[in-house]
Design a protein around this ligand. Structure first.
Ligand code: IMP
Length: 198
């Protein structure tokens, strides 16, 4: 599959954009939502990561005409049957504890739900949906690890302070951005997309 000259990444998150631009550099021009004047609150109402990534990519293709890719990520904890999963951004809000995207509240609910549980394996999973040349594709990236009992580290975002990747001594929040991005779930999903594009 060939890359178009210009592609939209359905996000305005500057960290994600930088990561995608670094990986796709020289190959194509990556535009953010604001750069195509898309200020829509794109609904993420699907029951799966795949579904949400496709919803976002289709929204951009259908309304703005650009080839596009979109991502959705979830933290999947084995002892909680895969929760918070697709609800990762709004885990605490789902229990009526706070508003969406409240990382501190999300971590508190997660640690509460794991209290007394010793089997703490978990994974971050990112799905990227790509619409290019009239076709749809999905790619996946995963990082396995475990949920600590207490947060450690101040960098990163979301659940980073409580997630330690397999084989590492540091949580994602204790790593430099470069170190985290070199092994992240998003990085692996972007690499999978790149491999398909070559
Ligand atoms: P999104 O699909 O990238 O917006 O991710 C959904 C939610 O998953 C975020 O609001 C975070 O709570 C969590 N999340 C996604 N990626 C990461 C990460 O790299 N570290 C920690 N939490 C993350």
């Amino acid at each position: 599959m060939k890359l178009p000259q210009t592609i939209v990444f359905a996000t305005n998150n500057s960290h994600k954009l930088q990561e995608a631009r670094d990986i796709l550099k020289d190959r194509c021009n990556v535009l953010s939502l604001s750069e195509i004047n898309c200020n829509d609150d794109i609904p993420e109402t699907a029951p799966t990561l795949e579904g949400n990534a496709l919803l976002k990519a289709r929204w951009v293709k259908e309304r703005y005409g650009y080839d596009c890719f979109a991502d959705d990520t979830g933290l999947e904890v084995a002892a909680l049957d895969g929760a918070p999963g697709v609800k990762s951004a709004r885990y605490a809000a789902c229990c009526g504890e706070s508003s969406d995207h409240d990382s501190q509240a999300n971590m508190r609910v997660l640690l509460d739900n794991l209290k007394g549980i010793t089997e703490r394996s978990a994974q971050f999973r990112t799905v990227i949906a790509l619409i290019s040349d009239g076709k749809e594709f999905t790619f996946e990236g995963k990082v396995k690890g475990e949920i600590l009992e207490f947060p450690a580290g101040n960098d990163g975002f979301g659940y980073d302070p409580v997630f330690r990747p397999e084989g590492q001594t540091l949580t994602f929040a204790e790593m430099s951005a470069g170190q985290k991005n070199s092994m992240s779930h998003r990085r692996r999903a972007l690499d999978a997309m790149l491999a398909e594009l070559e």
